[in-house]
Design a protein around this ligand. Structure first.
Ligand code: CTP
Length: 432
């Protein structure tokens, strides 16, 4: 590996269990002819001694910015200028968070901020910390400017793979070598950054497998409940929807890091934490709220039971009973979802179909007619499915005719399955 010969590599070591692996990295780089300067954070020294890294790098290790003012006065600038490459191994959530937010309060963060050399981060942390939406957001943000070596996966108690373990040293060296050769500078354009925020779905999918999914950077619009169509100031037409399914979706999406806008008809349910609730009454109110937010959202899940018709006349005063029958004339409401389908850009559109007969035929027709990505279909005549229950038994029906049949499960789990399916669609789009 001639590439390391005479290269000046700054290795930043932060405080995590994987800090000891930095010793081997330093040893390899030095052996390959690189000049290595190690900077340790204060907490890194709880895991490995500066003396070890000093011996291996053959250079004094920098541990404290203010220890020897004369010697280190402008050290961060000197190091920043001299470096051919920065490697931060391991990079903790704390270090990533600081850099992502422009905090420079020790030698490592100050030098990273001052350098124009490429910087490679090799994150290592607890799997749930890595999946935390805030950590993911920070990584997404930094990805536009710096390089990352993805952590490896380990088997979790829940049976799935979870990320967080420091990548193999060979992988770190390979990425570092590639970055060094390509001469990619640390700074890229903000445009590249903003693209990555919404498109890095792979990480999100992986994280979600253990119930800690990452919808960060995505905006999800959910509609829920029944609409009310006024007959007079006292009476209205409505349906049996309680909003439980939609509220469960909104709650799950928020927990997975999404910005969630929940447009809901009248209901007794409390707004889930972190969700922006837009309370509406009629189908036309819902139409206005949904179309207002539509251009800025990534995903729309329309679980609301929208009244297809409203009374043609809304009496200004209470209708008094007369001798004979009363005939109410109804007129069509706008089909909100069909309208969204017509003007769809990049949004993933998910509809619901509650049917009493010919479920698959009706739902398949709706998924195509309304230009949806898929429809969640349920036969409301079955026990444990439909309105007011805590469970649901649904099928996902796709425009291709493909059908995914789900067993009976709590609405919270149906919500999770819908969000999983949306991520699969986003990931497929990412690849195209
Ligand atoms: N929907 C809507 N606006 C309407 C009616 C329905 O956005 N005016 C949405 C619902 O939120 C749901 C989907 O369309 O996601 C399916 O609703 P449904 O009433 O079952 O479908 P319709 O097309 O109205 O078909 P039909 O009433 O004939 O069953």
């Amino acid at each position: 590996m001639m590439m390391w010969h005479n290269k000046f590599v700054v290795v930043g070591v932060t405080g995590g269990i994987a800090a000891y692996k930095a010793a081997e990295l330093v040893s390899v780089l030095t052996r390959e002819g690189a000049e290595v300067q190690v900077i340790m954070t204060a907490s890194a020294q709880q895991f490995i001694t500066p003396l070890t890294l000093q011996t291996l790098s053959k250079n004094p290790v920098i541990v404290d910015m203010f220890a020897e003012p004369k010697a280190w006065e402008v050290q961060h600038v000197a190091l920043a200028d001299k470096a051919d490459l920065f490697l931060v191994v391991p990079a903790t959530a704390n270090l990533i968070g600081k850099v992502a937010n422009g905090i420079a309060d020790d030698m490592l963060t100050t030098t990273i901020m001052a350098t124009r050399a490429p910087v490679v981060f090799a994150p290592a942390m607890n799997v749930h910390m890595y999946a935390n939406p805030i950590v993911q957001m920070n990584i997404h943000k930094l990805r536009g400017f710096y390089h990352f070596v993805e952590p490896g996966s380990g088997r979790l108690a829940c049976g799935y793979e979870g990320k967080g373990r420091l990548a193999e040293l060979s992988e770190i060296l390979e990425t570092a070598g590639r970055v060094l050769n390509s001469g990619t500078s640390a700074q890229q354009t903000p445009g590249e950054y903003s693209n990555r925020v919404v498109t890095n779905i792979n990480d999100q999918l992986e994280a979600q497998q253990c119930g800690v999914a990452d919808y960060s950077g995505l905006t999800v619009l959910v509609t829920a409940g029944a609409t009310r169509e006024a007959i007079d100031p006292i009476r209205f037409i409505t349906n049996r929807s309680t909003g439980k399914m939609g509220f469960a979706i909104a709650e799950a999406a928020a927990r997975r890091g999404a910005r969630v806008i929940l447009v809901a008809g009248p209901t007794n349910l409390p707004a889930p934490p972190g969700v922006e609730l837009v309370a509406i009454e009629s189908a036309r109110d819902m139409y206005a709220a949904v179309t207002e937010h539509y251009p800025g959202v990534d995903v729309v899940i329309k679980s609301a039971a929208v009244a297809d018709y409203r009374p043609k006349q809304r009496a200004g005063q209470k209708i008094k009973k007369g001798e004979g029958d009363l005939i109410l004339e109804l007129e069509r409401n706008p089909d909100i979802l069909a309208q969204l389908g017509k003007t769809k850009q990049r949004q993933v559109l998910v509809g619901f179909a509650a049917e009493t007969n010919d479920l698959i035929r009706h739902a398949s027709d709706k998924v195509r007619r309304k230009n949806l990505d898929f429809i969640v279909a349920n036969d409301v005549t079955q026990a444990g499915a439909g309105f007011g229950t805590d469970t649901n038994m649904v099928k996902f029906i796709f425009p291709t005719g493909e059908i995914h049949e789900l067993p009976m499960m709590p609405k919270s789990e149906v919500a999770g399955a819908i969000l999983d399916q949306v991520l699969v669609i986003l990931r497929q789009r990412d690849k195209e």
